[in-house]
Design a protein around this ligand. Structure first.
Ligand SMILES: C[S@@+](CC[C@H](N)C(=O)[O-])C[C@H]1O[C@@H](n2cnc3c(N)ncnc32)[C@H](O)[C@@H]1O
Length: 207
C-alpha cells in the first residue's frame, strides 16, 4: 500500500476495527502475546493499531507501540487509559520504515497483521532487525499468499483493491525472509482456521 492510503484506509477502519478484523484475529493475537510474554521485557509493537494486544501483556513488560495512523493510535491510547495499562510505556505516531529508536533497543519486536499493509516491507524488516538486540526475537503474525486453490485465486482477484481493503491480499512470504541478520526459528499456521502464519526470527549475534 502507499502511505497515503494507509492514512485514509485506517481512518475508516479505526471505529469498526475491534468488532470486525480485530475480532476475527483474536485467537491468533492471544497466542502471539503469550509467546511475547516469555521474551520481554523490552517489547516494541510495530503497527500497534487500536491496541488490541496491549491488555494481554504481563504487568512487568515494558511495551512501546508505534503506528502511522493517528485514528488507530487514539483508540489504543483510550484503552491504555481506561484499563490502566501501566506496562505500556509509550504509544507514538511513527512510520515503521524509519523507526526513531537506537540500534539493539528491544528484547522483542512484534508485528501483527502489519507486513502486508506497509509500503516497502523489506525496509520495515530491516528497521525491526536494527532495533532488536542480538539474540532478540522478531515475531510476525500475518496472512501470506497461498500457492494454489480457490482461495489463492480469490487473493489474486482482490489484490488490486489493496488501497481500499487496507492490506495486500496476495502478499508473498518471501518478502519478509530476506534479511541476513535474521534467522527464521519458527513457522506455523495460526487461527482463524490456519489462515494466518506465525513466524519467529532471531537476530544473529555479530561475528
Ligand atoms: C491490520 S492493522 C493491525 C493492527 C494490530 N497490529 C492488530 O493486530 O490488530 C495494520 C496497522 O498497521 C499500521 N501501519 C500501516 N503502515 C504503517 C507504517 N508504515 N508505519 C506504522 N504503522 C503502519 C496501520 O495504521 C494499522 O494500524
Amino acid at each position: 500500500m502507499d502511505i497515503n492510503a494507509v492514512t485514509t484506509s485506517y481512518a475508516r477502519w479505526a471505529p469498526i476495527y475491534d468488532k470486525t478484523f480485530g475480532a476475527i484475529t483474536k485467537a491468533g493475537r492471544r497466542r502471539t502475546v503469550a509467546y511475547l510474554n516469555a521474551h520481554g521485557p523490552r517489547l516494541l509493537e510495530v503497527g500497534v493499531g487500536t491496541g488490541l494486544a496491549l491488555g494481554g501483556y504481563r504487568a512487568d513488560m515494558e511495551v512501546t507501540g508505534i503506528d502511522y495512523s493517528n485514528e488507530m493510535l487514539a483508540k489504543a491510547k483510550a484503552k491504555v487509559d481506561k484499563e490502566g495499562l501501566r506496562h505500556v510505556k509509550a504509544l507514538r505516531q511513527m512510520d515503521a520504515r524509519s523507526l526513531d529508536f537506537p540500534d539493539d533497543s528491544f528484547d522483542a519486536v512484534a508485528a501483527m497483521h502489519l507486513v502486508s499493509v506497509v509500503p516497502e516491507p523489506e525496509r520495515v524488516m530491516s528497521e525491526m532487525a536494527r532495533v532488536v538486540r542480538p539474540g532478540g526475537k522478531i515475531v510476525i503474525t500475518n496472512h501470506f499468499a497461498r500457492d494454489k486453490g480457490f482461495l489463492a485465486l480469490l487473493e489474486r482477484l482482490t489484490a488490486p483493491l489493496e488501497n481500499l481493503l487496507g492490506w495486500h491480499s496476495d502478499f508473498p512470504i518471501s518478502r519478509v525472509l530476506g534479511d541476513d541478520r535474521l534467522e527464521l526459528r519458527e513457522r506455523k499456521p495460526f487461527p482463524p482456521v490456519g489462515m494466518m502464519t506465525f513466524l519467529v526470527f532471531e537476530k544473529r549475534s555479530p561475528a
